[in-house]
Design a binder for this molecule. Structure first.
Ligand SMILES: [Zn+2]
Length: 398
């Protein structure tokens, strides 16, 4: 019966971690790719119609106020995306035109649309290092192909994300493998498509095709210095893995403890059986030597039973230290003390201390100034001794 309780505790602890592990998503309100295929005539007419329907007349680009008819094709497509959003929305979109990719920032200033297009680029990704080199350089686990394969682009995403992490942060994901899958097998995405996910039950980070697709449609940062969206997502997932590193160490210890406990129980069961058989023999024969031996063996059995109970106690105490997704780890709680979850810079970050931490880390790494605007003082916290000590402590059991 005790073994069953232990098993249940271990299962619950693993489940508690799994609940709410939503990863990060490419939102359902992503730009519709249809305008990319419009002829110039259709595009101009659609934009004019959309603007009329929404009573939008003022448009600005890098040159200042501009006649919407004079916008470039890329700017028109970007405006088509924004015009359907409510004033106040801001969209960082990638527009693909004639084999080139343009990062375009679009935002509202009062009733005026502003569009800011970056320089055209032929490629979204740069040259990645070999898998083995990345693992060695950053101390992470191997890159494993599942139903999708690691290629230059997907490796570039992870390598770029890892290059933003500090030595202490990398220690928090030391040995963690990266697996490449077509899509999230758990199907946890409520809307849109999952890009990447830290999967604590499997001790790994997964990257999906959705990330590579999303990078053709959205970016992170500024139009002048665009970063593939999936890089931000991988940093976000590394953030979860860093903040929950203590749980991974605990889980290993719990698994080892459980194996020891099970072995003790198995021995107890076998020894008891033999003891009872011999006791029956003694009752019949009254063999004095056997009686003495049974006495001794009875004491040993008692001790073994005590040791097993002790082991179970240790297990319970350690499993109580497992941090549930909703509770927040030490690192996540420390950020929460600086920045309430409801004030997290993104809507997704406002769902839990874990998501707030992951979102802030990704923004901090890729656009420090934006994080300072959205959450003053948080970038300084990431650079503080407190953060370094907590990040280091995340891999050590308290
Ligand atoms: Zn997340």
């Amino acid at each position: 019966m005790k073994a069953l309780t232990l098993l249940l505790v271990l299962t619950c602890a693993a489940n508690a971690q799994a609940i709410g592990q939503n990863g990060a998503y490419y939102d359902g309100d992503d730009p519709n790719p249809a305008p990319l295929k419009y002829t110039d005539e259709t595009l101009t007419a659609s934009l004019a119609l959309n603007m009329k329907n929404r009573n939008v007349t003022a448009v600005k680009n890098a040159a200042g106020a501009v006649d919407p008819g004079k916008l470039s094709r890329v700017e028109k497509i970007a405006l088509m995306y924004l015009v359907t959003t409510k004033p106040g929305a801001e969209l960082d979109v990638v527009v693909e035109d004639k084999g080139q990719f343009f990062a375009v920032e679009t935002y509202w200033e009062g009733d005026t649309f502003t569009v800011k297009a970056g320089a055209p680029r032929e490629k979204i990704y740069g040259q990645a290092s070999a898998k083995e080199e990345i693992s060695k350089k950053y101390g992470v686990g191997p890159f494993v192909d599942e139903d999708a394969k690691w290629d230059n682009d997907s490796l570039y995403v992870v390598e770029t994300a890892l290059s933003t992490l500090s030595k202490i942060e990398l220690e928090g994901i030391a040995g963690l493998p990266f697996h490449r899958l077509k899509k999230d097998p758990s199907g946890k995405a409520v809307r849109g498509t999952a890009i990447a996910m830290y999967v604590p039950e499997k001790n790994r980070i997964e990257l999906y095709d959705g990330g590579i697709d999303a990078d053709k449609r959205k970016f992170f940062g500024t139009a002048d210095k665009p970063m593939p969206l999936s890089v931000a997502t991988v940093i976000h997932e590394c953030g979860h893995a860093i903040a929950r590193a203590g749980n991974r160490v605990l889980k290993q210890q719990l698994i080892a403890l459980k194996a020891e406990y099970d072995a003790m129980q198995e021995k107890l069961l076998a020894d008891r059986k033999k003891y009872n058989e011999d006791k029956a023999t003694y009752a019949r024969t009254k063999d004095a030597a056997l009686g003495t031996a049974l006495n001794e063996r009875g004491k040993v059995l008692q001790q073994l039973s005590k040791d097993a109970a002790e082991k179970a106690k240790t297990f319970q105490a350690l499993s109580a230290k497992m941090v549930g997704e909703d509770k927040g780890s030490a690192l996540e709680k420390a950020l929460e003390a600086k920045l309430p979850v409801k004030s997290s810079p993104t809507v997704y970050g406002r769902t839990s201390p874990a998501e707030s931490f992951a979102e802030c880390l990704a923004i901090y790494k890729l656009d420090r100034a934006a994080l300072e605007r959205a959450a003053p003082g948080v970038p300084a916290w990431f650079e503080s001794a407190e953060y370094a000590a907590l990040a280091k402590g995340a891999t050590v059991i308290p």
